[in-house]
Design a protein. Structure first.
Length: 337
């Protein structure tokens, strides 16, 4: 078999498809491997360039294959789709990956370490539990509403909701069901507090996260998520590149020399974008309750809707975070004003 210089791997749960080419670009390898055969086969291969689509298990395989001397590059699946010639098969996907990884203009996804993945899993688990908490609260409020008991919305009214479940003179089956939901809600809140404490401890131990927390609207959770989820800050040429990577910049629709800017692209990391937006909307809400001024945020709020102003502020926060992480400085409000 000729020497494989570039290898494309289409990852799957059990059966992986491989497509390899030599230095001239001619196909020299096309075969399927089961999961248990992957490491042994790649260990026998001479060091080469390996391309894979970025997915849930891609970072694990990238770390393992790099131990054998291979250069592993991960790509966003949407960037690989344009290289698929016809049809949708594992072989066609592996061939497209092999072709895309050798393109000089291709953008690659940095490989995450185990520590980074573990911290991000803490963030994802907390986000999942927060969604569960919202579901339980909404279910309890809806069930009480069926019996004419109305509790105001908002997570800050959880205690009133639990008290209403205990004090309401409902039939025994309804009280039992609501009691189980209340116990589940309390248990979920304790788990959220435990994970939040772990994230706060990580943010406290990180110098970069401490600097990011000096930005108004960025707390320990957002700072920890930015430090762990962002790639090398040197990969971005400017703060606008980071903001565009987060999907906070307008999506262009231009043709014939006419430039049209639409809504924000909403591409990139949804979790980071949502955290920045939540911090921005909190600042906007607090600013609306204060006196009028001539600062940048008040000028935006005077001509835009609150949510639009929050998006603009989130964009600004992302650019500020880029400057702080690149220059290793802290936020100074006097210079910002």
């Amino acid at each position: 078999m000729d020497k494989v210089t570039t290898l494309g791997i289409d990852l799957a749960k059990s059966v992986f498809q491989l497509h390899g080419v030599d230095a001239e670009g001619c196909m020299v390898l096309r075969r399927q491997l089961r999961r248990s055969q992957m490491l042994e086969f790649c260990q026998r291969l001479p060091p080469c360039l390996i391309g894979m689509e970025a997915c849930a298990s891609a970072h694990y395989w990238a770390r393992e294959l790099a131990k054998f001397g291979h250069e592993v590059r991960l790509m966003q699946p949407s960037y690989v789709k344009g290289y698929v010639k016809r049809g949708k098969t594992d072989a066609a996907d592996a061939e497209a990956i092999c072709e895309a990884v050798s393109r000089p203009s291709m953008r690659f996804v940095p490989v995450k370490s185990e520590a980074t993945q573990a911290l991000l899993m803490t963030h994802k688990a907390r986000e999942f539990l927060v969604r569960q908490q919202t579901q339980i609260v909404n279910a309890m409020r809806a069930h009480l509403g069926e019996f004419g008991i109305i509790v105001p919305k908002g997570i800050h009214n959880v205690e009133r909701l639990i008290m209403a479940c205990e004090q309401a003179g409902l039939p025994a089956p309804a009280r039992k069901a609501l009691s189980l939901l209340a116990d589940q809600l309390i248990d979920t809140q304790k788990k959220i507090e435990d994970l939040t404490a772990d994230i706060r401890a990580d943010a406290k131990a990180s110098d970069a996260a401490q600097r990011l927390q000096t930005i108004p609207g960025i707390g320990p959770i957002t700072a920890s998520a930015l430090v762990s989820a962002l790639p090398d800050i040197a990969d971005f040429k400017s703060g606008r590149d980071l903001s565009a990577w987060l999907g906070l910049t307008p999506k262009p629709h231009s043709t014939g020399g006419k430039e049209r800017l639409g809504r924000i692209s909403k591409m990139g990391n949804r979790y980071l974008r949502r955290l920045l937006y939540l911090g921005a909307i909190a600042l906007v809400s607090a600013r609306r309750r204060s006196e009028a001024g001539d600062d940048w945020l008040w000028k935006i709020m005077s001509r835009k809707k609150p949510k639009q102003a929050a998006i603009a502020l989130a964009n600004r926060m992302a650019r500020t975070a880029y400057a702080l992480m690149k220059n290793k400085t802290e936020f100074r409000a006097a210079q910002a004003a």
